[in-house]
Design a protein around this ligand. Structure first.
Ligand code: F6P
Length: 367
């Protein structure tokens, strides 16, 4: 195998706290191997559309360039969840869009740029693309990113801890206002089709009801739980709703279906709040935490695993590995095939001890 001289880093999909820490670890560790490291702007757009960027679509990631970014949210490279090169939305003469596989074009750009290996930092979508490149012969290592924590093969993804911590802090703040006004406060949190953020923040913030995508809810069960609280003299209740929560026999609350991108969820909290208000007669308000969960400085936990993941990704390339994802398997970091990590979504197992804990604490899960 040719020795590595130049590697590229890409951040794809929704941003997550810790991305910059991974970028820094990759750049510094690569430099120590004597490799040049470049970052691709906005997913792969920097390679597809270099002319759209003032200084070209690639950023040289020298140790100086990545200094002081470990604690910063977002990604210095930019990201997108619309530029899937395998299903690239391409305009047709009649103005319509169709999905076109442009991965060979992108691989040619990697070769033109002298890129010997790619470190892809992303969630299931980005890592599926990374696996596609690996199968076509590019040396690729993936790093698991997503606030949703829905990637298989790793105990945790970076970004999740920050999202859960902030969601918990926000819900903590709702208790006093909910109590003052004797209201039901419904809080919608992100997480797509997995309920990890809702479950962990809901339990940690002493919420009364938690609705997960994994457990289709029955409104009558939710209302019974809220009425039981009122009967026990509790003036208020907190209901945490995962954006992917759905009623028994019903569907997800979807805002938009997009070509070449995942559907946008939203409205689950509002729907539940309306239904609770109508059925219980208690004043009910809702709040959507949404993208607030993706912002801000990563927690210490996220910084550390991000730095460990970045260093481990470079280590893997130096060892000659490819087609794998860095994964946390406490106390260590290990490698799993990208194909395995992306083969299925990691949702909340209904028999896991966190779900059992919620039930044992008297939290209603809507079933
Ligand atoms: O996957 C991360 C995530 O934040 C999900 O929790 C959410 O459904 C989605 O991305 C939102 O994406 P967008 O930024 O396109 O609205």
């Amino acid at each position: 195998m040719e020795p590595i001289r130049r590697i590229a880093v890409s951040t794809g999909g929704g941003d997550a706290p810790g991305l910059n820490a991974v970028i820094r670890a990759v750049a510094v560790a690569a430099h120590r191997h004597g490799w040049e490291c470049v970052g691709i702007r906005d997913g792969y757009n920097g390679l597809f559309l270099p002319e759209q960027y003032p200084h070209g679509g690639l950023i040289k990631l020298t140790p100086e360039r990545v200094r002081g970014i470990t604690h910063l949210g977002g990604t210095i490279l930019g990201t997108t969840n619309r530029g899937n090169p395998i299903k690239y939305p391409t305009p047709q003469p009649d103005g319509s869009l169709i999905e076109v596989d442009r991965s060979d074009e992108l691989l040619a750009r990697f070769r033109e740029q002298g890129v010997d290996a790619l470190i892809s930092i992303g969630g299931d979508g980005s890592l599926t693309i990374a696996n596609h490149f690996a199968k076509k012969g590019l040396r690729v290592v993936g790093v698991p990113k997503t606030i949703d924590n829905d990637l298989d093969g790793t105990v945790i993804t970076f970004g999740f801890d920050t999202a859960v911590s902030f969601a918990t802090e926000c819900i903590d703040r709702l208790h006093s206002t909910a109590e003052s006004h004797a209201r039901v406060m419904v809080v919608e949190v992100m997480g797509r089709y997995a309920g990890w953020i809702a479950l962990n923040s809901g339990i940690s913030s002493s919420s009364d009801v938690i609705l997960l995508p994994e457990i289709p809810y029955r409104l009558d069960k939710v209302v019974d739980a809220l009425k039981a609280r009122t009967a026990n003299g509790r003036r208020y209740s907190i209901v945490v709703v995962a954006e992917g929560a759905k009623p028994e026999g019903g569907g997800h609350a979807v805002i938009e279906k997009r070509l070449g991108a995942a559907e946008r969820l939203g409205g689950a909290g509002e729907r539940v709040a309306r239904e609770i208000g109508e059925a219980s007669g208690q004043e009910t308000r809702h709040v959507v935490l949404g993208h607030l969960l993706r912002g801000g400085s990563p927690t210490t936990f996220d910084r550390l695993i991000s730095l460990r993941f970045g260093a481990a990704a470079v280590r893997a390339l130096a060892e000659g590995q490819s087609g794998i994802m860095v994964a946390l398997d406490p106390p260590t970091v290990r490698y799993v095939p990208l194909a395995e990590a992306t083969s299925r979504m990691k949702v909340v197992p209904l028999d896991c001890d966190t779900v059992r804990t919620a039930r044992e604490l008297g939290i209603c899960l809507g079933d």
